[in-house]
Design a protein around this ligand. Structure first.
Ligand code: NI
Length: 205
């Protein structure tokens, strides 16, 4: 093989390697782009959430699209034996730890059981918790829209005594001032982690 032929082979293979690298980089960028939203957060969670329009336990109408401040939202029902009272009690603790920093922060508790959870029932239930926690209820269609927006699971389960209970998602959703879902709290999330997540949510605005 002549040295000129060797050189041209070398250049050819280097060019080939370069082409493969560029293709791989382009493919990787293309793959990553749909996952990463430069405005903050992941596209996969950016599609969860959206305006929730319901009636507060105080009787006022609430439209989460008009809040303009960070808030937390979770779904449940007043007859819930464990998940909902635990979450409400834990959030009460977080709010008291945050103190004045969370004075404008709201936690919305959306009923997935509008049949029993009228605004009056919600008002009496929410009376046991921090004032910054707002019970929301509405017509089955309004509740359904909220449940769909947050892709929440909620299902009526008959009990032996002829009554019923509700199976439901136990996640708390953290929404920023622009109405975007930016994080979640797991059920019984560690108190320090919960406090830090909510503190950061409020600070980011
Ligand atoms: Ni519950």
């Amino acid at each position: 093989m002549t040295s000129r032929r060797k050189a041209s082979l070398l250049i050819g293979s280097l060019f080939g390697v370069l082409l493969i690298c560029m293709t791989a980089l382009a493919a990787l960028t293309g793959l990553l782009r749909p996952l990463y939203d430069p405005r903050g957060g992941l596209d996969s969670i950016a599609s969860i959430g959206g305006p929730v329009r319901l009636t507060a336990h105080t009787g006022e109408r609430v439209d989460t699209a008009a809040i303009g401040k960070p808030f937390a939202i979770f779904f449940g029902f007043t007859h819930c034996p464990d998940v909902c009272p635990t979450t409400l009690a834990e959030m009460t603790q977080t709010l008291s730890e945050l103190g004045p920093a969370a004075k404008d922060f709201r936690i919305y508790f959306v009923s997935v059981d509008p049949e029993r959870d009228t605004p009056a029932v919600m008002a009496s239930y929410m009376g046991s918790f921090d004032k910054r926690m707002i019970g929301l209820t509405g017509t089955p269609a309004e509740i359904d829209a909220a449940v769909k927006a947050y892709r929440v699971f909620a299902r009526k389960v008959p009990t032996k005594d002829g009554d019923y209970t509700m199976d439901h998602t136990a996640t708390t959703y953290l929404v920023d001032g622009k109405g975007r879902l930016v994080g979640t709290l797991a059920y019984e999330e560690d108190a320090k982690v919960r406090l830090e997540k909510v503190r950061r949510l409020i600070a980011a605005g």
